[in-house]
Design a protein around this ligand. Sequence first.
Ligand code: NDP
Length: 320
Amino acid sequence: MKAVVIKKTGSFEVLEYTNTTKPKVVTGQVLVKNVFAGLNYIDTYHRSGLYPKVLPFILGVEGSGTIEEIGENTETDLQIGDRVAYFYGGSYAEYTAVPVAKIVKLPNSISFIQGAASMIQGMTAFYLTNEIYKLQEGDWCLIHAGAGGVGSLAIQMAKHLGATVVTTVSTEEKAKLVKKLGADHVIMYKDVNFAEALLELRPQGCELVLDGVGQATFQNSIKCTKTRGYLASFGNASGPVKPIPLLQLARSIKVTRPSLFHYVQTKEEFTNKANKVFELFEKNIITLKESEPRNLSDVKQVHIDLESRKTTGKIVMRID
Ligand code: NDP
């Protein structure tokens, strides 16, 4: 089968779209014929080695498609031909063997693209706005990189919960997009000091600050967090966060460095959360800023675009 295999870590140049062996399913797994591999920033960390993995491996942690085979003696309600989405390694490929605890059946109303988007970016936006701290009417929430995959869904979820949303973006085009998604205030963080701009809007800071940008923003994100507020540092798009003196948090700020893995530990938790995101799509509470699907064979250019901040919303790659 065709797949993107990482044999050594590095820049986009290590991405190899190549022939490799089709996976064999074992008990407890199903074989998915992928329609789309979802693109996520974490793919760049696996590719570069920031998050180490045993080499060689097939890149990608989320996909959607149909069930082609079910491992012998596997206990599951899933059937051959079912439309599914999953959160599991090896999705940049024609086929992926997935444990049944990491896969969910798609309701008829949910498209393959929505299914893939729900897995990482959707469930992440959900746990950030509902479980790290449940936003409520009257709260303010700062969301960095609001035009991105997680950001664009988090804006809509935070608005739905009644929060006032401030978001940062790097371009005018992205500013227009986040306004359409419902953001109340947009800060162009390449042009102005975002902490000063935010504190001018709300001097006491925000109940919840969502920072997936990392190194470039973390220090100022602390300033934007209200006394006794929550700061989730959940990513490293600009590089990993540098150590800080603990005293900088001595306004009783609760800092967390969460990972989706820990918010979908059991099959039940995974399925419940995925279904909550599907429901938000079905009720039109969230919508996707979908771009035309890219081709998996074009993976190098797709990673270049993601890392040079050219993408917005959800990007999926068609298996071609
Ligand atoms: P995005 O689509 O949001 O892409 C990243 C965005 O980050 C860019 O579009 C850009 O937006 C912004 N950015 C700021 N500085 C830089 C920089 N130096 N280089 C590149 N981009 C930069 O990606 P995802 O939605 O896939 O992920 C967003 C973040 O969330 C990532 O850090 C990711 O690792 C993290 N994440 C964490 C999870 C968890 O559970 N911990 C789960 C899922 C994602 P702009 O141009 O507007 O600045």
